[in-house]
Write a protein that binds this ligand. Structure first.
Ligand code: RTP
Ligand code: MG
Length: 163
């Protein structure tokens, strides 16, 4: 079943100029980019986004890292994209990440680990609207089919409007 997930190319990867290579991995995996924006998180935004980690010892450092420069947030669409993205990302610690994963190839530490991915449907349901409004996400296959059907039936698709 097709679903959506949130991914972030984190500030370390943007600063090192590997955004294109990471996007190529995502597209090669068959994930469709249906939303994207480059932004520089404020401390309050980073703290809110990672609120689930507020009691973890790395929380302050993580929030500082995520605000050190711009990051690229994207919504991806695809079959089982939440779990498949997590597999493609690799383990949180690049030293433990499997060969061929994004973190193995682009992360430099357990904190500066190049990418974020929603870890469940519940997380995606919080994280996608955190960054994107519904209007900023391209319609999925069902909505596109509906739009095409309406376009084919509509006189406006073939005839100019009456003056
Ligand atoms: P993410 O949420 O970014 O996709 O990463 P994840 O699920 O693999 O890891 P998570 O446990 O959710 O941790 C969130 C991010 O916090 C930083 N971190 N630092 N210093 C540390 O021990 C440590 N542990 C985690 C990483 O940037 C991690 O991705
Ligand atoms: Mg996580």
């Amino acid at each position: 079943m097709s679903e959506h997930t949130l991914t972030i190319i984190k500030p370390d990867a943007v600063a090192r100029g590997v955004v294109g290579q990471i996007i190529a991995r995502l597209e090669s995996a068959g994930f469709r980019i249906v939303g994207a924006k480059l932004l520089h998180l404020t401390p309050a935004q980073a703290a809110s986004f990672y609120i689930v980690h507020q009691d973890r010892p790395f929380y302050q450092s993580l929030c500082a890292f995520m605000t050190q420069g711009p990051c690229l947030a994207m919504v991806l669409e695809g079959e089982r994209v939440i779990a498949r993205l997590r597999d493609l990302m690799g383990a949180t610690d690049p030293a433990k990440a499997a060969p061929g994963t994004i973190r193995k190839d682009f992360a430099t530490s357990i904190e500066a680990n190049a990418v974020h991915g929603s870890d469940s449907r519940e997380s995606a349901a919080f994280e996608i609207p955190f960054f994107f409004s519904a209007l900023e996400i391209q319609p999925g296959p069902a909505a596109r089919a509906l739009i095409q059907d309406e376009g084919a039936d509509s006189p406006r698709a073939t005839e100019p409007a009456a003056p």
